[in-house]
Design a binder for this molecule. Structure first.
Ligand code: C5P
Length: 330
């Protein structure tokens, strides 16, 4: 019997991002705060048990290392089962923008496939599979607002913030993450003073977020270490960033770029800013995307709702039993 589901796979922004030292394994130690937002891709999955595994992805990106297919294979291998799984992916999250689209798609498959197979996996297993697919994948297992350390894979849920309106600027400039880290290394001869400044700045941001419970209000204390190096490589982005800051003082780049975002106090303010900046020359070739923040509570609710019909009755009956929770969840 084929089991089918349609999933929304949400994007993220980094409300704050500090890059510390390069580690012996080549990754960088991070301090960041992730936030899920309403911008989403759609993934259709059709799952059927089979004697041999066949995975199909129906989109223009049907390449062997696509994260959706890699995530599916890792779930089937872990469960030691075979299946025919057909994916249809409709992309809405710009790629190479620091919005976590590919990572979110992978996490969506990690969450959904075990349920479709009737064999839900514990959080720790999903987090392990996720971190081997990409540094941002584990965050999308829980969503909401979360503090991350290590490669960005060790997560601590933060209290939900008030829901806020966001404007995203997607310029179409593709920043390759490894190249952005290399550029940062060349620019960054980190002294212990620099490191402690970064740590103090990050702590001040997290404190502001906790006190104000608003990504917009705390944004003035935020920072993204990739901004100077990426703006150096793409002066046009810096112009956009300056343009966006006229409307929202805490406008930021997300991840290693190139998408920019600003948080607004109200929908009216956000929509007025959108209207004005769409008339500005510097934003002429950009996608200007309105969105909203999505709290951890709403994220869990969304995931439960989109898989409700496939959850076992005993799991469906207990509100907190799925999606699986990290022991560090709020
Ligand atoms: O983990 P992910 O595959 O998303 O990382 C892509 C690249 O970004 C890595 O190969 C590495 O060059 C860089 N990276 C890093 N430190 C991190 C995360 C990513 O250096 N914490």
């Amino acid at each position: 019997m084929t089991r089918q589901v349609r999933l929304k796979s949400l994007a993220k922004v980094n409300l704050d991002l500090r890059v510390l030292n390069r580690r012996p394994d080549g990754y960088h130690e991070l301090r960041t705060v992730f936030q899920t937002i309403s911008l989403a891709d759609t993934i259709d999955i059709a799952y059927e048990p089979a004697r041999r595994t066949t995975l199909k992805l129906d989109d223009a990106l049907d390449i062997p290392d696509n994260l959706v297919l890699r995530a599916a294979r890792s779930v089937l291998d872990t469960l030691k089962i075979h299946a025919t799984v057909q994916f249809r992916l409709r992309k809405n999250i710009p790629m190479g923008g620091g919005l976590g689209g590919g990572s979110s798609n992978a996490a969506a498959v990690l969450l959904a496939l075990p349920v479709l197979a009737g064999r839900p996996l514990p959080f720790e297993t999903l987090a392990y599979l996720g971190s081997s697919l990409g540094s941002d994948v584990p965050f999308f297992l829980t969503g909401g607002t979360a503090l991350a350390i290590d490669r960005g894979t060790e997560l601590y849920g933060l209290p939900d913030l008030k829901p806020e309106c966001i404007l995203l600027i997607a310029s179409g400039i593709h920043v390759a993450t490894p190249a952005a880290y290399s550029a940062l290394n060349r620019a960054n001869g980190l002294t212990s003073l620099d490191l402690s400044r970064k740590m103090n700045g990050f702590q001040a941001f997290v404190r502001a977020l906790g006190e104000l419970r608003s990504a917009g209000a705390a944004s003035a204390a935020g920072s993204n270490d990739f901004e100077p190096v990426v703006f150096d490589q793409h002066p046009q982005l810096k112009k956009m960033w300056s343009g966006l800051r006229k409307y929202a003082a805490g406008a930021r780049m997300t991840g290693s770029g190139s998408a920019l975002f600003a948080v607004f106090g109200s929908k009216q303010e956000r929509d007025a800013a959108r209207k004005s900046l769409e008339r500005e020359r510097v934003f002429r070739d950009c996608r200007v995307i309105p969105a909203g923040t999505i709290s951890g509570r709403r994220y869990r609710h969304l995931w439960r709702a989109q898989l409700a019909q496939h959850l076992a009755p005993e799991t469906a009956a207990t509100k907190d039993s799925w999606p699986p929770r990290s022991r560090y969840a709020r």
